[in-house]
Design a protein around this ligand. Structure first.
Ligand code: FE2
Length: 313
């Protein structure tokens, strides 16, 4: 009798560990943003308008800018969501109409809650602009629930040194925990809604199953290398610049890197997830609200100067 109970328990445990299958692999598209810099956009595109609660994912670069040539996004407004900037290489400078300013270098994260409205500029830092160099960064837009769309703007600047770094015992899998938790480490960033944002690096021949709570929508983005995603019997390959969308059945996502004579590269990837809001999305450029009337109001408030102006030099 005891054995039977134990067996049943074991079977249940194995079922619970089933990892989610891959529902889609989406190629990021090259497009131009801000003052004329190229981004690789995973969404919104015709293939995927949004991925609740996320509204946009852009990879800026990697690109080498000659001295004096780097471009950014001069003064522009946002209302109704959050912008999350994660720098991998290069240096950017942020200024906004709430009087916040900060510099972002490699590994730094800026989590800006635009809420009721903010005008900001995201430009190459002066010295970086002068000298030139390699720029590589990500920007993720996280939607805000209806009840939070008009909250007071908030700005969190998190230097690389404060972002927890965890790894497996053999050191083959490393993760920077920007939001949420992984490999026993928890993030320092405070998010409005339950979200995880993880930057994994896997050496060839390594694999991981990251637990994911049931209600979370989850995707991966391959920054560099080639990975195998999904359960062993249904693995799909994704390469640099591809977004991997997981379905919602299963309590974890599995990913690995083959160790073959032809593959000696590590897999560098983001794993991002959040609880869907399931609310109507009305968006026009930098404004994302629930109704078209609210979007028009946002544009009007911006034109009438209600989102302030940048006064920092
Ligand atoms: Fe922006």
């Amino acid at each position: 009798m005891t054995t039977k109970i134990e067996d049943k328990h074991l079977n249940n445990k194995q079922e619970q560990c089933h990892s989610r299958t891959v529902s889609r692999i989406i190629n990021s598209l090259e497009t131009t943003e801000g003052g004329g810099f190229v981004v690789h956009r995973s969404f919104p595109t015709n293939a995927l308008l949004d991925f609740d609660p996320f509204l946009l994912l852009d990879e800026m670069g990697p690109k080498y800018w000659k001295p004096g040539a780097a471009k950014g996004a001069p003064d522009h407004p946002h209302r109704g969501f959050e912008t999350v900037t994660y720098m991998l290489e290069g240096k950017f400078e942020h200024k906004d109409s709430r009087g916040n300013s900060g510099k972002l270098g490699p590994g730094d994260v800026q989590w800006m809650t635009a809420g009721a409205g903010v005008i900001h500029s995201e430009m190459p830092e002066k010295d970086f602009m002068h000298r030139g160099g390699k720029l590589h960064a990500f920007q993720l837009w996280v939607n805000l629930p209806q009840r939070d769309k008009m909250i007071k703007p908030r700005y969190q600047d998190v230097p690389s040194a404060k972002i927890p770094l965890a790894q497996t015992e053999d050191g083959k899998v490393k993760v920077k925990v920007i939001a949420g938790e992984a490999l026993g480490s928890s993030a320092v960033i405070d998010t409005r809604a339950p979200i995880f944002y993880l930057h994994f690096t896997l050496q060839p021949g390594s694999k991981l199953i990251q637990p994911i709570p049931k209600e979370y929508n989850t995707f991966a983005y391959v920054i560099n290398g080639e990975g195998l995603f999904g359960p062993a019997e249904k693995q799909k390959i994704a390469k640099t610049g591809q977004m991997v969308v997981f379905d919602k059945e299963g309590e974890g996502v599995a990913f690995s890197v083959a160790a073959t004579s032809t593959n000696k590269s590590a897999l560098d990837m983001l794993l991002i997830g959040g609880v869907p809001l399931n609310e109507p999305v009305a968006r026009y450029g930098p404004f994302v609200m629930n109704t078209n009337e609210e979007v028009l109001r946002a544009a009007k408030d911006y034109r009438n100067g209600k989102m302030g102006e940048i006064t920092i030099q």
